[in-house]
Design a protein around this ligand. Structure first.
Ligand code: ADP
Ligand code: MG
Ligand code: ZN
Length: 731
C-alpha cells in the first residue's frame, strides 16, 4: 500500500464521512498504515480511532480485517459505515450470530472484492477454516481495536486476543497491522507490541488528559448517607444522563430501585439480566428515555453517547485503568463531566473477596492493581496528575482546578530531610524491594527478613516510628508521581531511583509533601456540592421553640413530639407537603397527621420570609428493608416471646433487638412490651423510670441512668422502659 496525497485523502474523508477536516493526528495515522507500517494508536475515548482504520480500508484494494471484542458493537459499526455508502456489501461482520447462509454471503462478497471492511471476533478468526479462507482472500491490513484486551495487565483481558498474531501469520506474510486502544499504561503498551509482534511500529500517543472532566472522591460513611448524597447530586442535574457503577448485581438493583422511588428515571444493568432487557435498557439510555443507568462494569464499553454528564462510582473501581475508562465515558462531547467516586475501606475487602477463587498469579496482579487504586484515592496530589502519571505522562500544571485536591489543596509540608533519608535507605537496600518492604524497613518493624539481608544494621532501619508508616508510604508514593522514584511492575513492584532521584541524592534540594487523605478517620468531610445539605441552625432553633410549645399543650416531654434527629432533618430539607413530612427521619404517619401541619406552617413561613431556595426535590425516600425482620418482631412481641430468645432467632444482640424495636415504635407502630419489662425490672422501679421520662427534658438514656444510679440497672433496662413510654405516648 502507498501513502496518498494530502488532498486526495481529504477528499476521501469528505466523500465517505462528510467531515471537512481530520481530528487530532488522524491524518498521520492513516498515512502510516497506508504506507504499510505497523502502527499503534493510543488515543482517549472519543478521539476518533475508528476512522483511522475505516478510511484507509475504504481507499485500499482488498478487505481490511477489523478485530473487535464485542459482537454488539460490530453491528453498530457496520451499520454506521453502510450508512455512508451506497452498497451494503462494503462492510460486513462475521461472527457466531450469523447463520450459515449469511456467512456464505459474507465470504462471497469478500471473495468478489466488494467488501472493504470485515469486522470479526477473535474467536471466529482463530477457527481453521477461517484461516484457510482468508489465505485466499486479498487482505489489505489488519486492525486490532480495543487492543488493550491483549494484556492481562489491562482492564479487560481477553485470552483469544493473544492468539491474533499466530492467526495473521497463518493468513499471510507481510500484512500490515494497526492496533488501537483508549487505555494503555506503559506496561500494557509494551504487552501489545510484544504480543502482536509489531515490526518497527510507528506509535501515536495522544495525551490522556480529559480537561473537561472533574474528579472527586467522597467518603462513603454509610449506605443511607451515601444514597442520599447521590440522590441530591442527581436531582441537581435534572434529566442529565449519567452512569453509576457498582460492584455487584444486588447493589445495582438496590441503588436503581432507590433512585426510582425518588422519582429519578433510572434502570439497573448487569450480566444477570436477560439480554433482551439489557439491550432495551441500553437503547433507552441512548434515546434518553432513561437518564441514569446503574450498572456493573458490563455496561458502557463502546457506548457512544456523547453527552453523559456524570459517572459515579458507588463502589471502589478494580483498578485505576478501570476508573479512567469508566469515568472516560463522561463528557465525550467536550462539555463538562463530573466523576464522583465514593470510598470506604470496606470496599477493598469486597474486591478481595471476589478474588478468592482465582489462581494465585491472577490474584496477585489484581491485588497490586487495587493497591494502586487505593494510592490514588488516598492521595492529596492532583487527581489528574496522578492518573496521567499512571499512564506514563507527566502533567506539569500546578493546579488543574478541576479536581477535589486542587480545589481544596492540603498544606504542603517540607520533608526534604526525611525524603533524603528515604532515598538513601532505598539505595542502601540495593533498590531491590517493593513499597511494603520499604515501609516496614523504615519504620523498624521486627521481622526476620531484615536480618537475612543484614538490613537491620543499616542506619535507615527504623529511623521512622511504627505509627509513621502512613507518612513514609505517602512520601514514597508522591516521589513516584514526581518522578524521583520508579516502580517496576514487571519486577514485582520493585522501587528504584530515577535519574532525577539520583540527582537529588547528589545535590539535595527541597521536597514537600501533602498529607494523604485518611478517609477512615472521622471528621474529614470533602466539600459537599449538593445544595440543601447544610443544617439551618436558625430554623432549628425556631423548630425547637415550637416543639416546646406543642409539648406543653399536650403535657408531654418535647422529644415525644419529635426527636432531635427529626428536627435536624427538617431544618435541613425544609419539608412542606405532608408527603415530604412523612419522609422525615423518625416521623410516622400518625405524627405527620397530628403535628405535621403546625410544623410545616412554620417552615413554610420561614422559607418565605428568608427567601430560601427550598431544595424541594431533596426528600429521599428509602426503600423498605428489613421488612421481614419487622414483621417477625411484631408477631413475636404479640406472642410475648422472651426478647432474649427473639434476639437469638434473628441473629441480633439484645441491644440490637431493642434498637430495632425502638425504630418500629418510633415509626408509629404500637408494641406492648410490658411483659418484657416485668421480666427485667422491679415493678415500682419501672414505674419510676416511666414517670422520669414523662418529666424529663431529654430522652437520653445516659441521663436516665444517672438519675437512677443508686439502682442496680443498666442501659437496656432504661431503654426498654423508654420504648414502652414512646409506644404509649409518642404517636
Ligand atoms: P473512539 O473509538 O476513539 O472512542 P470514535 O471512532 O467512536 O472514537 O469517534 C468518536 C466520534 O468522533 C464519532 O462520533 C465520530 O463520528 C467523530 N469523528 C471522528 N473523526 C472525526 C472528524 N475527522 N471530524 C469530526 N468528527 C469526527
Ligand atoms: Mg472505538
Ligand atoms: Zn487537580
Amino acid at each position: 500500500m502507498l501513502a496518498m496525497k494530502a488532498q486526495t485523502l481529504k477528499d476521501a474523508l469528505k466523500q465517505h464521512f462528510g467531515f471537512d477536516a481530520f481530528k487530532g493526528r488522524q491524518e498521520e495515522i492513516i498515512q502510516s498504515i497506508l504506507s504499510s507500517k505497523d502502527t499503534l494508536v493510543i488515543m482517549p475515548t472519543g478521539g476518533g480511532k475508528s476512522l483511522c482504520y475505516q478510511l484507509p480500508a475504504l481507499v485500499s484494494e482488498g478487505t481490511a480485517l477489523v478485530i473487535s471484542p464485542l459482537i454488539a458493537l460490530m453491528k453498530n459499526q457496520v451499520d454506521l459505515i453502510r450508512g455512508y455508502a451506497s452498497d451494503d456489501t462494503i462492510a460486513h461482520f462475521y461472527n457466531s450470530s450469523l447463520n450459515k447462509a449469511e456467512k456464505k454471503q459474507v465470504l462471497e462478497d469478500v471473495s468478489a472484492g466488494k467488501t472493504k471492511l470485515l469486522y470479526i471476533a477473535p474467536e471466529t478468526l482463530t477457527k481453521s477454516d477461517s484461516i484457510d479462507f482468508f489465505k485466499e482472500a486479498n487482505i489489505s491490513f489488519v486492525a486490532v481495536d480495543e487492543a488493550h484486551c491483549i494484556s492481562e495487565w489491562g482492564h479487560d483481558f481477553r485470552p483469544e486476543y493473544r492468539k491474533i498474531r499466530k492467526m495473521i501469520e497463518g493468513i499471510g506474510d507481510e500484512i500490515p497491522m494497526i492496533a488501537l486502544t483508549a487505555t494503555a499504561t506503559p506496561k500494557v503498551q509494551s504487552d501489545i507490541l510484544k504480543t502482536l509482534k509489531m515490526v518497527e511500529p510507528t506509535i501515536f500517543i495522544d495525551s490522556f488528559n480529559r480537561e473537561n472532566l472533574y474528579y472527586e472522591i467522597r467518603p462513603k460513611k454509610n449506605e443511607e448517607a451515601t444514597l442520599k448524597n447521590i440522590v441530591g447530586f442527581i436531582r441537581s442535574r435534572e434529566s442529565k444522563s449519567g452512569i453509576i457503577y457498582t460492584i455487584n448485581r444486588k447493589t445495582t438493583e438496590k441503588v436503581a430501585n432507590l433512585l426510582q422511588v425518588n422519582g429519578i428515571n433510572a434502570k439497573p444493568y448487569h450480566a444477570g439480566l436477560d439480554s433482551k432487557l439489557r439491550s432495551a435498557t441500553q437503547d433507552d439510555f441512548l434515546m434518553e428515555r432513561v437518564d441514569v443507568v446503574v450498572a456493573t462494569i458490563a455496561f458502557g464499553m463502546g457506548i457512544d453517547k456523547p453527552d453523559i454528564r456524570f459517572v459515579i462510582h458507588y463502589d471502589l473501581p478494580k483498578s485505576l485503568e478501570n476508573y479512567y475508562q469508566e469515568t472516560g465515558r463522561a463528557g465525550r462531547d467536550g462539555l463538562g463531566g463530573d466523576c464522583i467516586c465514593y470510598y470506604n475501606y470496606k470496599d477493598v475487602t469486597k474486591l478481595e473477596h471476589l478474588l478468592k477463587d482465582k489462581p494465585v498469579s491472577e490474584r496477585q496482579r489484581a491485588l497490586q492493581l487495587i493497591d494502586e487504586t487505593l494510592a490514588f484515592i488516598e492521595s492529596s496530589v492532583c487527581r489528574r496528575r496522578f492518573i496521567l502519571h499512571y499512564f506514563g505522562e507527566q502533567y506539569e500544571t500546578n493546579n488543574c482546578g478541576q479536581c477535589d485536591n486542587c480545589k481544596n489543596p492540603k498544606e504542603q509540608i517540607d520533608v526534604s530531610k526525611e525524603f533524603l533519608t528515604i532515598l538513601k535507605g532505598i539505595v542502601n537496600t540495593s533498590e531491590k524491594f517493593d513499597i511494603q518492604y520499604l515501609v516496614k524497613f523504615f519504620t523498624g518493624v521486627k521481622s526476620s527478613e531484615f536480618g537475612e539481608y543484614g538490613h537491620n544494621n543499616l542506619a535507615e532501619y527504623g529511623v521512622f516510628k511504627e505509627d509513621q508508616a502512613h507518612f513514609v508510604q505517602g512520601i514514597i508514593r508522591q516521589a513516584l508521581i514526581a518522578d524521583f522514584l520508579w516502580k517496576d511492575i514487571e519486577q514485582y513492584g520493585v522501587i528504584s531511583l530515577t535519574e532525577k532521584g539520583r540527582n537529588f541524592l547528589a545535590k539535595p534540594g527541597s521536597f514537600s509533601f501533602t498529607q494523604n487523605h485518611d478517609y477512615k478517620s472521622e471528621g474529614e468531610e470533602t466539600v459537599s456540592h449538593s445544595k440543601g445539605s447544610a443544617l439551618d441552625e436558625a430554623l432549628l432553633k425556631v423548630l425547637k421553640d415550637l416543639r416546646r410549645k406543642v409539648a406543653a399543650q399536650h403535657a408531654l416531654p418535647p422529644y415525644v413530639i419529635f426527636q432531635d434527629a427529626s428536627l435536624e432533618d427538617m431544618a435541613t430539607t425544609y419539608p412542606i407537603s405532608s408527603d415530604e413530612f412523612a419522609n422525615i427521619q423518625g416521623v410516622s404517619k400518625g405524627k405527620a397527621l397530628r403535628y405535621g401541619k403546625q410544623f410545616s406552617d412554620v417552615i413554610k413561613k420561614y422559607v418565605e420570609e428568608n427567601d430560601i431556595e427550598r431544595p424541594d426535590d431533596f426528600v429521599v425516600k428509602t426503600t423498605v428493608n428489613k421488612s421481614s425482620d419487622k414483621v417477625k418482631i411484631i408477631q413475636a412481641v404479640d406472642k410475648r416471646l422472651p426478647l432474649e430468645d427473639l434476639a437469638k432467632n434473628l441473629g441480633l444482640s439484645y441491644q440490637e433487638l431493642l434498637n430495632e424495636i425502638e425504630t418500629i415504635v418510633n415509626s408509629g407502630t404500637k408494641l406492648d412490651i410490658s411483659y418484657a419489662i416485668d421480666d427485667a425490672l422491679d415493678e415500682d422501679l419501672a414505674e419510676d423510670i416511666y414517670e422520669y421520662f414523662r418529666e424529663s427534658e431529654t430522652d437520653s438514656l445516659e441521663s436516665a441512668l444517672e438519675e437512677f444510679e443508686e439502682e442496680d440497672i443498666d442501659l437496656e433496662d432504661v431503654q426498654i422502659v423508654r420504648i414502652k413510654f414512646m409506644s404509649e405516648n409518642g404517636n
